[in-house]
Ligand binder design. Sequence first.
Ligand SMILES: Cc1cc2nc3c(=O)[nH]c(=O)nc-3n(C[C@H](O)[C@H](O)[C@H](O)COP(=O)(O)OP(=O)(O)OC[C@H]3O[C@@H](n4cnc5c(N)ncnc54)[C@H](O)[C@@H]3O)c2cc1C
Length: 382
Amino acid sequence: MDFAEPEEHRALRAAVADIAAKFGPRYYAEHATARTPCTELWQALGQAGFIGVNVPEAYGGGGGGLTELALVCEEIAAAGTPLLLLLVSAAISAGMIAEFGTEEQRQAWLPGLASGAVKVVFAITEPDAGSNTLRISTTAAKDGGDWILTGTKYYISGVDEAQALLVVARTGQDERGGRLSLFIVPADAPGLGKHLLPVDLLLPERQFTLHFDGVRVGAGALVGEEGEGFRQVFHGLNPERVTGAALAIGVARYALKTAARYATERTVWSEPIGAHQGVSHPLAKAKIETELAALMVRQAAWQHDHGVPAGESSNMAKYAAAEAALAALDAAIQAHGGNGLASEYGLIPYWGLARLLRIAPVNREMILNYVAQHSLGLPRSY
Ligand SMILES: Cc1cc2nc3c(=O)[nH]c(=O)nc-3n(C[C@H](O)[C@H](O)[C@H](O)COP(=O)(O)OP(=O)(O)OC[C@H]3O[C@@H](n4cnc5c(N)ncnc54)[C@H](O)[C@@H]3O)c2cc1C
């Protein structure tokens, strides 16, 4: 077992960190507060080939895998500029189109996704289904050669920035429940209503409720085979979990670095506050949790890239990384005292993101359910 990071991965980390550092936490905080997309950063990363690092070379990408995309996610977050849409547009949408799309779909979407010129967001969550994907009620019905989509999705991130949506819809019923299929739907399709869903997180990415009111798409919108959506989604959700975990690791690293610097410089008694174990131990504990979670992220990404079942490790990585990020942010905010809440110190937007990562892309409790059932063989509780 070789734990040394290959030279090309260290070079990738350094190059991504270099670009992200040119934007930095102030840039991120301004966009998060104004809720405007970090377009310039996205474009700079795209031009350097990092948004499409996991897209096959034949379609203009970097030819890497989830391992490389996770490194990109981690490094941008560690520089204080986490981008949530990498989890959906790069990890899920580009990944699923490359894996399951037709040749026509690959040629139509992957080059733009690789360069960062195009974003395809992901729409699965519904008001009445939530964590229970099999209960989704958005339908896609055949009409001649076309498909007609009807239903509602909510909490869909980045719809205002996207050219298209990868939509999970029911095309029938099977023994598991809803028979699912995936469709690529243009963001400006007639009949698609988009309504801002305000959240009290400080995030550059905005969330939307979507109403599909008889949205008509051609036969070419179906990704892969009809009825294959369940398998496709399960394959695609591991990358979302792993990149979500990598983002959380980066956020934790950023928080710990910021807090360590502050606690070394700030003196209100005779010693810097970092000399007090009440300050240093929570930071040290979060550092340990972060490093442990980072190991699981690497394992999960490696398994996915090598065709080894990665469900368990992806879930564990996402759980551990979100918890580590929250612990790091909480300790960092506490170490900053009142300044931890000040706009000038900019920690609260990252706390909100870390808090979100405990809920999405999959919530902590559903991961515990997975581990209880699949890793420990305990009876299913729901
Ligand atoms: C800012 C933001 C961005 C998002 N972006 C997207 C996006 O781009 N695309 C998309 O499709 N979705 C997106 N989501 C939705 C997100 O994936 C869901 O919110 C998440 O999966 C949880 O689903 P839910 O909110 O319906 O919670 P519910 O399913 O209603 O669950 C609520 C809570 O109940 C508990 N719970 C539920 N079921 C169980 C169980 N069986 N056992 C134990 N506990 C349980 C959990 O604690 C859970 O947090 C986003 C959400 C947010 C807040």
